[in-house]
Design a protein around this ligand. Structure first.
Ligand code: NAP
Length: 353
């Protein structure tokens, strides 16, 4: 790639998505971020900076970003800075490099800005991506990125699965849930997923190989629904949503069951989060309920890339993306996560290579 071809040294108008300010007890709305045009940027990695200049291709909308919209510094991620560019996972192409470990023309996945071009100084958190015509580049923020790795680490390391066990996954059609269910099927488990629309339920059963699935919004009594889908009880619950679903699951767990608490998307924006009234189930049923962060397991990332990449290339797993075209769609796409507008991994396509 020649310097002229990428316009090195040229001034460009770098469109950006700006975080407007902290929000407390409500779901994010598209107006919490705004599109900014007119930000001039020189296309070069400044000499002596150690930075790389990237063109962002795909950006990831993830539920954890909601926590960064709060003025709270005690979490595992610092809050966003008001009036600054939103930060998130992305797949990007290097335009210029002042870092000997990176070259122009290479692709990287990792933290970047919600903008067309970003100068990345913290290059140690980046992972190089080798283009492979069998795997879409955008999968490096989905199937082979943080959400896919969460599914892999959570299922194998936290759920301690055994063949023929009964597995329940909530938010099952999402970025994490869809892979958990497919890994559980490959492991020889019986898998049921819950999701928020009949289209998502159809996807789980017809495309993603779940044994069964149901629309939790149409079930007045979640306990009764789980008794119907799991007449013998649940061995493993992969928890993505929290609230009423968790209570219903606790009623239906089997002895020695495991609950991997991956997330509780229903609780993120509540001023008064739901209590769990039936935790005593943990005692007679000897249930292990364990929260985890995917980052606890990063030493497994190379193995994950190898195994899951290979399963995908062999056609043994599928991955569903919900792609929005254009950086300006980011705020709406992100807010949509909290009302279930996304079907599959929510991705923003900023540019096609
Ligand atoms: P996702 O499922 O792709 O998107 C969020 C989905 O959550 C929505 O599509 C919606 O699906 C569901 N949802 C939204 N509001 C809900 C509510 N009030 N009640 C029930 N369901 C609701 O997101 P993801 O990236 O796969 O993340 C899934 C969970 O994993 C989240 O809790 C996230 O925070 C967590 N996570 C944890 C880690 C970790 O390291 N522990 C890493 C990544 C993600 P429906 O249409 O089905 O309602």
């Amino acid at each position: 790639m020649s310097a002229a071809a990428v316009g090195l040294g040229k001034m460009v108008d770098n469109k950006q998505i700006i975080f407007k300010g902290y929000i407390e007890q409500r779901a994010p709305e598209e107006t919490d971020m705004e599109v900014k045009v007119g930000n001039k940027m020189k296309l070069e990695a400044p000499k002596g900076s150690g930075a790389i200049l990237v063109k962002n291709l795909y950006l990831s909308c993830d539920p954890y970003m909601r926590a960064r919209m709060r003025d709270f510094h005690g979490s595992y991620f610092p809050p966003f800075v008001p009036h600054s560019v939103v930060e998130g996972f992305g797949v990007s192409k290097i335009i210029d490099s002042d870092n000997p470990n990176f070259k122009g023309g290479e692709f990287v996945a990792g933290f970047t800005g919600w903008e067309e071009y970003t100068l990345i100084y913290k290059t140690e958190q980046l992972r190089k991506v080798e283009p492979d015509h069998r795997i879409p580049l955008s999968y490096h923020i989905g199937l082979l990125g943080m959400p896919g790795f969460t599914a892999y680490a959570g299922f194998y390391e936290v759920c301690s699965p055994k063949k023929n066990e009964y597995v329940f996954v909530s938010a099952a059609s999402g970025a994490v849930g869809q892979l958990v269910g497919q890994l559980a099927k490959l492991h020889g488990c019986y898998v049921v997923g819950s999701a928020g629309s009949s289209a998502k339920v159809g996807l789980l059963k017809k495309e993603l190989g779940f044994d069964d699935a149901f629309n939790y919004k149409e079930e007045g009594d979640l306990d009764a629904a789980l008794k119907r889908y799991f007449p013998e009880g649940i061995d493993i619950y992969f928890e993505n949503v929290g609230g009423a679903m968790l209570e219903a699951v606790l009623q239906n767990m089997r002895v020695n069951g495991r609950i991997a608490v991956c997330g509780m998307v229903s609780q993120h924006s509540m001023s008064d989060p739901d209590g769990v009234r039936n935790l005593f189930n943990l005692v007679p049923k000897r249930i292990r309920m364990q929260g985890f962060l995917q980052s606890d397991f990063l030493h497994l990332y190379p193995r994950f890339l190898e195994e899951v990449g290979s399963l995908y290339k062999q056609g043994k797993i599928k991955y569903v993306e919900d792609r929005n075209e254009g950086l300006q769609t980011g705020p709406t796409a992100f807010a949509g996560l909290f009302s279930g507008k996304n079907t599959g991994k929510q991705v923003i396509c900023v540019a096609h290579e």
